[in-house]
Write a protein that binds this ligand. Structure first.
Ligand SMILES: NC(=O)c1ccc[n+]([C@@H]2O[C@H](COP(=O)([O-])OP(=O)(O)OC[C@H]3O[C@@H](n4cnc5c(N)ncnc54)[C@H](O)[C@@H]3O)[C@@H](O)[C@H]2O)c1
Length: 358
């Protein structure tokens, strides 16, 4: 494509700025419109980021009337569904922020709409662009672990609770399970080839977020800050998931893959009370196996990666649009990620195991 790709941004809050920075690195892309539901917020955003040729709208539907190639959807989670449907139906490719949606039904309809309209629905899991994630996937899929029968993933921040739009159910839909849990689920499931989930038994709580001792917006906080789940998959596989925005503990453990021939342990990179989850880069990969009958631990050398993974996800999406390639992280597959989140939320509310209908 020789002309510049025309991009619109829907939702001009915190993460929209990261999208602007990433698009700006690409010479063949221009941001031509921004929309936000809060009056005048998109105009302020346009001015703040010096987007001189961009138009600002208070209603994203007006933005969708423009001739755009693609949109970045940067709204809070509850608005992902309708904005995505409208964008796809208006003939725009979609770069959607994570998590995909709030409910499984929404995710299914979003993926179906992408398939029906022929426009791309790409879900932005930037940790995938750490090349060490590919190493994990390659090791798991190489057969070196034998049959993988158990996966444990998730992670916990000692004290890393967001505020604002992230802690209100009517805006975020869910808390830690969706916000950071979606990343660790993506890591583990992508390595396993996104197997089909069947049932979930889960528990969630919010002892920290609702306590003014730990959160200054405690009176607003009505999502979960902790969740655990046992998920069964097709193919005789189970996954133990645990996630925490806050806890009195240093770690909820690494991600592990147990196979009949070897096991794999993966830890996240990062230090401090907001670390311990897989929203960024990989810290270490260790394989546990027997060599000539001896228990052996092999530290897998990591690939040093100094590029900004967020920018890489945006670049990959842009290339897919320009070259008419399939979505790099297709909504069609991420429906399974959302199915688990949906199952966890239902199960913890009902206090029993639930089926996942896919
Ligand atoms: N990939 C990442 O690293 C990352 C990091 C942070 C947030 N996120 C995701 O990005 C999304 C937004 O997060 P944020 O931190 O920017 O939130 P935010 O609250 O700062 O910004 C969201 C903006 O969307 C606007 N908005 C809400 N409904 C809208 C609608 N219908 N039309 C247009 N605008 C609308 C709000 O007014 C707000 O300005 C969330 O889904 C979050 O999970 C991703």
């Amino acid at each position: 494509m020789s002309r510049k790709l025309k991009i619109g941004i829907i939702g001009s809050g915190g993460i929209a700025g990261a999208h602007v920075k990433a698009y700006r690195e690409l010479s063949d892309v221009e941001i031509v419109a921004v929309a936000d539901v809060i009056p005048d917020k998109s105009a302020q955003f346009v001015s703040h980021w010096n987007l001189t040729s961009a138009r600002a709208f208070d209603d994203y539907k007006q933005l969708l009337e423009l001739e755009l190639d693609a949109v970045s959807i940067c709204t809070p989670n509850v608005a992902h569904y309708q904005t995505t449907l409208d964008a796809l139906r208006a003939g725009k490719h979609v770069m959607l922020e994570k998590p995909m949606s709030v409910t499984l039904e929404e995710a299914v309809e979003m993926a179906q709409t992408a398939a029906k309209t022929g426009y791309m629905l790409n879900v932005g899991f930037q940790p995938r662009y750490d090349p060490n994630m590919k190493i994990i996937q390659d090791l798991v899929q190489s057969g070196q672990l034998g049959k993988v029968y158990y996966v444990e993933t998730g992670g916990g921040r000692r004290r890393g609770m967001p505020g604002g739009t992230f802690i209100r159910k009517d805006i975020a839909g869910a808390g830690a399970i969706a916000d950071i849990g979606c990343y660790s689920l993506d890591m583990a499931l992508n390595a396993m080839g996104y197997p089909k989930p069947l049932t979930v038994s889960a528990y969630s709580s919010n002892h920290f977020g609702t306590n003014p001792k730990f959160h200054k917006e405690a009176s607003q906080f009505d999502v979960e800050d902790f969740g655990v789940a046992m998920v069964r998959f097709e193919g005789d596989l189970v996954l133990n998931f645990k996630i925490s925005w806050a806890m009195h503990m240093d770690t909820l453990g690494p991600t592990i893959f147990l196979g009949t021939e070897a096991g794999l342990k993966v830890t996240p990179a990062g230090k401090g009370s907001w670390s311990g989850v897989f929203d960024g880069k990989v810290g270490s990969i260790t394989m546990y196996h027997d060599v000539r009958g001896h228990h052996t631990e092999s530290a897998i050398p990591l690939i040093e990666h100094n590029k900004n993974v967020f920018h890489e996800k945006v670049r990959d999406f842009v290339e897919a649009v320009q070259e008419d390639k399939p979505a790099p992280i297709p909504g069609e597959l991420i429906v399974r990620n959302q199915a688990i989140i949906d199952g966890i939320l239902r199960s913890s509310q009902l206090k029993r195991e639930v089926d996942i209908q896919l």
